[in-house]
Design a protein around this ligand. Structure first.
Ligand code: ZN
Length: 200
């Protein structure tokens, strides 16, 4: 096989959930077509790498402006309640909560969870950045919406201890234990947010 095809397959195999065989199938599809998909993809990916990245304030997907800053639509939306901050592990969780429509505040994406097994320690979490955000925005309540898994609960406990001068709540059970927020239905997730329990 041409070396170039192999390089494309290697890149595709870096995508989550894409194994080597699937990557090769995709690479062949792109190479053997008329080239229009490959060209459009190359163009869009280049534009994406320049114009879209994590929001500087919350970690959601944001668009880069002419000053080089990235801001997401939620941080830009002045109708959002700045006193309520929902802490999630991943952007996918944020999107799931948004679909439920139960969150009127803003978000903070951790990007990772405490995980002794995977070597993620307390100091690896962006706690300082979270504290700064809380102070800057005058946040009154922090809702910990990390998933109800071992790592998610451990992270919520740690954050509840770390965050003082602010009311801290946790999403109610209802989302199955170990379950992924991404796959919880909107009604369940909405109830878990409305029925949140005050930790402090
Ligand atoms: Zn944002």
């Amino acid at each position: 096989l041409p070396e170039r095809l192999g390089r494309v397959a290697q890149l595709l195999a870096k995508l989550p959930g894409v194994g080597e065989k699937t990557a090769q199938r995709y690479a062949l599809f792109l190479a053997l077509g008329d080239g229009s998909v490959a060209r459009a993809m190359a163009e869009e990916l280049t534009a994406l790498s320049v114009g879209v990245r994590a929001c500087d304030r919350c970690g959601n997907v944001g668009e880069v402006d002419e000053t080089g800053a990235s801001t997401c639509s939620i941080c830009q939306d002045s109708r959002r309640d700045p006193s309520m901050l929902c802490v999630v592990a991943r952007v996918q969780d944020l999107l799931a909560i948004e679909r439920s429509g139960a969150m009127r505040g803003r978000y903070f994406v951790l990007g990772k969870l405490l995980s002794p097994l995977e070597g993620v320690q307390a100091e690896d979490l962006p706690v300082a950045r979270l504290k700064r955000r809380i102070a800057e925005d005058g946040v009154v309540e922090v809702l910990l919406a990390t998933p109800p898994s071992v790592d998610g609960e451990a992270t919520a406990l740690l954050l509840a201890r770390e965050l003082s001068n602010v009311s801290v709540s946790r999403i109610a059970s209802g989302v199955p234990h170990g379950g992924d927020l991404e796959f919880a239905d909107q009604v369940t997730l909405g109830r878990a947010i409305e029925g949140r329990k005050n930790l402090r």
